[in-house]
Design a protein around this ligand. Structure first.
Ligand code: VGL
Ligand code: ZN
Length: 194
C-alpha cells in the first residue's frame, strides 16, 4: 500500500513509557522494539509539519487498575515517577502534545480519548486520520484505535510499531483482528510517504 501524508493527518503514540518496557513494572515483551520504528514515523510527520501526540499512562497511587486496589495490574506509571517517563530513546519533537490518561483514581482509561483533550485537540487542527502505534497492542493501543474509529477518525494501525502484553498468548493477534474488523487499516513504514 502507498499512503501519502496530508494536512489532515496526525501521529498518535501510545504509552511508550519505561514501565511498559523490559525492566519496568509492567513490561510488555519486546516492548522497546517499538521505539526505532516510531522514531522513523516521528521523522516523517515532523518533516511534513504534522502534529505528533504522545499519550502516557499517568496513575495516582490509589488507582483502581492496581491489584492492591482491586484491579489486575501491578503498580505502574505512577505520576511523576521514573517508570512513567517516556523511553529515553523515543525522539519526541519539542512541540509534541502530551496526553495524560488514567489520572483519576476510580477510572481505568485504556483509551487515549478517555477523559482527555485528545479529540478536541485533533479536531481543532482539522485532523481526520490518525496513525497509531505504541504499547500495548491488546490494551491501550486497541482501545485508542477503537475510540478513534468510534469518534469518526480514519485509523491506521502501525503494525511494525506495536507490541502486545499477551496475558493470554493470542491476545495481541486477536486485538489486531478486532481493530481491522472495526475499520482500522494496517500499515508499515514502507507504506507511508511525505
Ligand atoms: C496499559 C495495562 C495497564 C497499556 C496501561 O498502556 O496498554 N496496559 N495500563
Ligand atoms: Zn495503566
Amino acid at each position: 500500500m502507498r499512503l501519502k501524508l496530508t494536512d489532515k493527518d496526525a501521529l498518535v503514540i501510545v504509552d511508550v513509557q519505561k514501565d511498559f518496557c523490559p525492566g519496568g513494572a509492567l513490561p510488555v515483551p519486546d516492548g522497546d522494539a517499538v521505539v526505532q520504528p516510531l522514531n522513523t514515523y516521528i521523522e516523517l510527520f515532523v518533516r511534513a509539519g504534522l502534529p505528533v501526540f504522545a499519550t502516557r499512562d499517568w496513575h495516582p497511587e490509589n488507582h483502581v487498575s492496581f491489584k492492591k486496589n482491586g484491579g489486575m495490574w501491578p503498580v505502574h506509571c505512577l505520576q511523576n515517577s521514573k517508570g512513567a517517563e517516556f523511553h529515553d530513546e523515543l525522539s519526541l519533537p519539542p512541540d509534541a502534545f502530551i496526553i495524560n490518561k488514567g489520572d483519576r483514581p476510580e477510572l481505568e482509561a485504556y483509551s487515549g480519548f478517555q477523559g482527555t483533550l485528545l479529540d478536541s485537540l485533533l479536531r481543532e487542527r482539522g485532523v481526520r486520520r490518525i496513525f497509531v502505534g505504541g504499547l500495548a497492542t491488546d490494551y491501550c493501543v486497541k482501545h485508542t484505535v477503537l475510540g478513534g474509529l468510534n469518534l469518526g477518525y480514519q485509523v491506521f494501525l502501525l503494525l511494525d510499531a506495536v507490541r502486545a502484553v499477551n496475558v493470554k498468548p493470542d491476545d495481541g493477534r486477536r486485538a489486531v483482528e478486532l481493530m481491522l474488523r472495526t475499520g482500522a487499516v494496517c500499515v508499515d513504514r514502507e507504506d507511508v510517504n511525505v
